[in-house]
Design a protein. Structure first.
Lengths: 109, 114
């Protein structure tokens, strides 16, 4: 399984943007970059995914480096409800999603 | 928005007993998964299921575990003889057949083995 590296924890102030980094230097050309989050006492929740180009949806933006060896999940205005563990996962067709420890995001009021 | 539902939300059982955890995946999805998360630890893959058979399983998924899709809507995980170390949150997930399809997770069943 391809590996990702994320900081253990990050902190943000409410209503400020948050940039969550992920390194994946061994990514293959067909690996998709997925982001999930897990709120307390809930199952993982899909956030966003992409292959090469930057992606935007209603929850977040995903910025992918040109060499694809890193990516950044961007929450444009953090709210208290965004406090969660964020997982960056590489996945290829037919492969299973392997969760690492993720980044625990704390949002301060 | 369609969602994956799991029942029960909490199951307490005695060591050695059999438990069945139930999941209703999203209706047009074709791939089904079970994951577990021991308290304070990471989410671990157990098994994936497609076309009425297991696609892949982890080393955690030993002979005590089995999965079944008994009808067109349910997907179950059975643990034949529970052990204390089976206590965890069990998450069901499903996805459609698109190559980059994300997983949709349920909110889990908390299994407590006493």
């Amino acid at each position: 399984d391809a590996k990702t590296t994320q900081p253990n924890s990050m902190e943000s102030n409410e209503e400020e943007p948050v940039h969550l980094p992920c390194n994946h230097s061994t990514i293959s050309g067909t690996d998709y970059i997925h982001w999930y989050r897990q709120l307390p006492s809930q199952g993982p929740e899909y956030v966003i995914h992409g292959l090469t180009s930057n992606v935007n949806n209603r929850m977040a933006s995903l910025a992918i480096a040109e060499d694809r060896k890193s990516s950044t999940l961007i929450l444009h205005r953090a709210t208290l409800r965004d406090a969660a563990v964020y997982y960056c996962i590489l996945a290829n067709y037919g492969q299973n999603f392997v969760f690492g420890p993720g980044t625990r995001l704390s949002v301060l009021p | 928005e369609p969602e994956v539902t799991q029942t029960p939300s909490h199951q307490v059982t005695q060591m050695g007993q059999e438990v069945i955890l139930r999941c209703v995946p999203i209706s047009n999805h074709l791939y089904f998964y079970w994951y577990r998360q021991i308290l304070g630890q990471k989410v671990e893959f157990l098994v994936s299921f497609y076309n009425n058979e297991i696609s892949e399983k982890s080393e955690i998924f030993d002979d005590q575990f089995s999965v079944e899709r008994p009808d067109g809507s349910n997907f179950t995980l059975k643990i034949r003889s529970t052990k204390l170390e089976d206590s965890a949150m069990y998450f069901c997930a499903s996805s459609d057949e698109l190559r980059d399809s994300p997983l949709h997770f349920g909110n889990g069943t908390r299994l407590t083995v006493t």
